[in-house]
Design a protein around this ligand. Structure first.
Ligand code: IPE
Ligand code: IPE
Ligand code: MG
Length: 254
């Protein structure tokens, strides 16, 4: 499937083909396929993760250039701890490396770095690096580069429910005040608009416990290309396709 896709000439999309007045505000990406990319090359899985970091740089740049407000990247799920310890360790070192290499450029591009996930289980080095990047970039006003790290949507929803219950018990919230808007305020995405577009690479067409509540009306876009081979061209293609879709949110098209 992958090799066939590669043979097919991809239609060229340039920034000039994109309607810059209608770019999605929030794009979420399930960056998948690093392991298979490496396996196809006879390399260890971690080589795919390393290559995937370069794609993050490319995609953050293009997202910033076309005026996307929030780019949420699924980097590590609450279920990914099931992987071999060595792989987990390697993955946990990547944020630090990425931020070290890329911090200057992030500042130049006015990007704000954010962490979205259950931070308590993260190794100290990983957490400190991301928290430091958040601190350094907190006054930037451009793209929000939101890393979903140790993120799982079911855990997020259960956690929100517990916090709502606590606030009701403590008199901070009335039971009658619980509705979709207040519920949303207890989620890790409370500061962001809902994702307009979800992209998943690697040919898998599933959500894998990512943003279950928030994706209710998102447009979905899948590509068989593995994350290390994903690029600006394909990202623009996703945006271009998104702009051709009619979003109805359950109503009728205008
Ligand atoms: C995505 O690539 C990165 C993470 C999930 C951390 P994978 O590691 O899932 O790669 P495949 O799906 O096994 O090819
Ligand atoms: C989803 O990919 C998680 C990330 C990309 C971080 P997985 O590779 O973990 O998902 P499954 O296991 O194929 O559903
Ligand atoms: Mg995978």
């Amino acid at each position: 499937m992958f090799s066939k896709y590669k043979e097919k000439r991809v239609e060229k999309i340039a920034i000039s083909d994109i309607d810059l007045s209608n770019v999605p505000k929030h794009v979420a990406i399930i960056m998948d396929g690093n392991g298979r990319w490496a396996k196809n090359r006879g390399l260890p899985r971690v080589a795919g993760h390393k290559a995937g970091v370069q794609t993050i740089k490319k995609i953050a740049n293009i997202a910033s250039n076309i005026g996307i407000e929030v780019l949420t990247l699924f980097a590590f799920s609450t279920e990914n701890w099931k992987r071999p310890e060595k792989e987990v360790k390697f993955l946990m070192e990547l944020p630090q490396q990425f931020l070290l290499d890329y911090m200057e450029e992030l500042m130049e591009k006015n990007v704000q770095v954010k962490l979205m996930g259950f931070d308590k289980q993260l190794p100290d080095n990983t957490l400190n690096a991301v928290r430091e990047a958040e601190e350094r970039t907190k006054n930037n006003t451009g793209l929000i580069l939101n890393f979903a790290l140790n993120y799982g949507s079911r855990a997020e929803i259960v956690n929100a429910t517990k916090n709502i219950l606590n606030d009701v018990i403590n008199g901070k919230l009335e039971q009658d005040e619980i509705n979709e808007t207040t519920f949303n305020n207890y989620l890790l995405t409370k500061d962001y608009p809902e994702p307009d577009l979800l992209i998943r690479t690697s040919g898998e067409q599933r959500i894998s416990n990512f943003l279950l509540w928030q994706l209710a009306y998102s447009e979905l876009w899948f590509t068989p290309v593995y994350w290390p081979d994903f690029n600006e061209q394909l990202f623009l293609m996703a945006i271009y396709d998104y702009q051709k879709r009619g979003r109805r949110f359950g109503g009728l098209e205008e």
